[in-house]
Design a protein around this ligand. Structure first.
Ligand code: ATP
Ligand code: MG
Length: 568
């Protein structure tokens, strides 16, 4: 490819909304371009990378027994009503109507559609297991689309769904996909970790997320160096404290004028925040009721765990308004579990502690020495957000924490969709048995950007060779110089013959300008034809290290051809 034909569109500065390196670099390198928040166009260089990422995913999915199909992005409402998700999915679902007022959505995921296809096509158990997948565009009306391709409203996902006869089959399919994902992310060069995960909107039981490790990741991973336990913070549990067996003291009401927060109250009363409990009241719009969650004063509530316990959904959970709190016989800033007129969820730690400070449900008052079971009641469960230093639930050693970008997630769905949607096979006894399902997603475009997040420096992107838009670029210092141009073209022809994806920078620009462009774009190898072209000597520059050596053109060609032939 000649650079003059390439629609190169590098920018000196990225638009203001780009905050993280990978987003800035993809925009500056002219790989992507957007018109509205969270919706991107892929320009020629970006599309080349995307295609390579997709092909690696496709190859491994095929190797591990997947069978590719492609579904429409538009899905009829009826399928979502069958699965019970039309309402539950909430405002993230992009809904639309046709001219006959029939309702549809733009698929955020395809459990319903794949289940519908398989129930129509597969009748006999002999056809199972089956693992159809697709690489396709998804739509989610994210509350805060951000960080470029990381959280878009339109993005590309590889989604796969396994259909098995029974649980044992699902276990096998799930393990297969776990191994397949490990292979894919390894081939893509990502530093990643598989962690235990919550099942969220998708449902089912049992899930792992694949996290590309990165400080800008939106996910928090809790992990144990000692035994290898690793979980997303939404899911992470901890080894709970032993029950405090001290004596219960007398419950006392104290005035705490204008002291509302845990920090204020514990300072005012001179007690450790660990000896207080905080009560947060939520409006659960899914079940249309108020609920209360109680955790130790020094803890944060994990709303995902609360939703799992209360049967709500994170999209439908909001903090209660002041007047709603009043309707429960309490008052904002002084809420406590004693006598509160709603369902109460109590963290194990609170139940295991003694003599806590709690709100008195009365303006400007708290209670001292409150104890679970004697003074207040509720459903005891794990509601807290795990923190660094908490003890590992498996081996009891302190947990560590790091950040990650969720690039993939796999779920055991069991019969969550096959049962309501009647995706069944006929057993030998003639019974209709629901298929046992799993689902497996990779954020293809998020993965692409995660690679940039892990492979860049101050000058630009450093694509791993197997996903780079081109393997090599030839830059003549002065294209008008006959000797330099002749050598450049000779190398270009030679590399193309050897199936190297190569660019010849034939633009009439200053050399510094051209070098900067290719360093920003991140082409792994640069061959510079300059002063010593007449001696058949070029400069060979490696993008990863920025190391430059003088070589004969034959050696430079050999270096690139060898590297390309070693791509896995
Ligand atoms: P998140 O918690 O980040 O919103 P999710 O749990 O909703 O992700 P899944 O439903 O499991 O995501 O989708 C499968 C994969 O699709 C995710 O692992 C992620 O890599 C990718 N993905 C999800 N939402 C987006 C998005 N808005 N933009 C880009 N990729 C996304
Ligand atoms: Mg999401």
């Amino acid at each position: 490819m000649k650079a003059s034909n390439m629609l190169l569109a590098t920018l000196k500065e990225a638009p203001n909304e780009a905050k993280i390196a990978s987003h800035i670099l993809l925009l500056r390198a002219g790989m992507i371009k957007n018109e509205v928040a969270g919706i991107y166009n892929y320009l020629p260089l970006g599309l080349r990378v995307l295609t390579k990422v997709e092909n690696i995913i496709r190859e491994e999915m095929d190797n591990f027994g997947g069978i590719e199909i492609r579904c429409s992005a538009i899905q009829p409402k009826e399928l979502w009503v069958e699965s019970g998700r039309w309402v539950k999915y909430g405002p993230e679902l992009m809904r639309l109507e046709d001219r006959h007022k029939r309702e549809f959505c733009l698929g955020p995921t395809h459990e319903e559609v794949f289940t519908s296809i398989v129930r129509d096509l597969v009748k006999s158990s002999k056809q199972l297991p089956i693992l159809p997948y697709q690489i396709q565009t998804k739509y989610r009306d994210e509350l805060r689309p951000r960080f470029g391709l990381m959280r878009g409203r339109e993005f590309i996902m590889k989604d796969a769904y396994s259909f098995d006869k029974d649980e044992a089959g699902l276990e096998k399919s799930y393990q297969k996909m776990y191994d397949c994902y490990s292979k894919i992310f390894t081939r893509l060069g990502l530093h990643f970790q598989a962690v235990l995960a919550d099942t969220g909107n998708i449902g089912g039981n049992g899930s792992h997320q694949f996290m590309a490790l990165s400080d800008i990741g939106e996910s928090e991973i809790m992990y144990c160096d000692n035994c290898g336990y690793a979980a997303d913070v939404e899911k992470a549990s901890i080894k709970e404290m032993e029950k405090d067996n001290s004596e219960m003291l007398e419950l006392k009401e104290v005035e705490t004028l204008n002291q509302r927060t845990i920090e204020e109250v514990s300072k005012f009363l001179n007690v450790d925040p660990k000896k207080t409990a905080k009560t947060i009241i939520y409006h659960d719009y899914l079940n249309n009721k108020l609920i209360a969650a109680v955790v130790r004063g020094d803890r944060e509530i994990n709303e995902i765990k609360l939703c799992n316990e209360s049967g709500s959904n994170e999209n439908y959970l909001e903090l209660a308004k002041d007047e709603e709190i009043l309707s429960l016989g309490s008052v904002h800033g002084f809420c406590g579990p004693k006598g509160l007129k709603c369902d109460i969820y109590i963290d194990v730690e609170v139940a295991n502690s003694k003599n806590l400070v709690i709100g008195a449900n009365k303006l400007n008052y708290h209670l001292l020495n409150a104890n679970y079971s004697r003074d207040f009641d509720g459903k005891v469960c794990d509601l807290k957000k795990a923190e660094k230093g908490d003890l590992c639930p498996v081996c009891g050693k302190p947990l560590n924490q790091e950040r990650g970008i969720e690039v993939g997630q796999i779920f055991k769905l069991q019969t969550k969709y096959s049962e309501p949607m009647k995706c069944v096979y006929v057993s030998e006894k003639g019974e209709n048995i629901p298929m046992v399902m799993g689902c497996y997603g990779i954020g293809v475009t998020r993965t692409l950007q995660s690679i940039v997040e892990q492979y860049h420096d101050d000058f630009g992107i450093k694509w791993p060779l197997n996903v780079a838009p081109y393997h090599a670029v030839i830059v003549p210092i002065n294209y008008k110089d006959d000797t330099q141009r002749a050598l450049a073209e000779k190398i270009y022809d030679e590399l193309k013959k050897k199936h190297v994806e190569v660019v010849l920078d034939d633009r009439d620009e200053r050399p510094g300008f051209k070098f900067k462009d290719w360093e920003l774009i991140g082409i792994p190898y640069m061959i510079i034809c300059g002063k010593r072209a007449n001696e058949d000597i070029v400069e060979f520059k490696v993008r990863e290290t920025l190391e430059k050596t003088e070589l004969s053109s034959t050696d430079a060609i050999k270096n690139v051809v060898d590297a390309v032939s070693n791509i896995e």
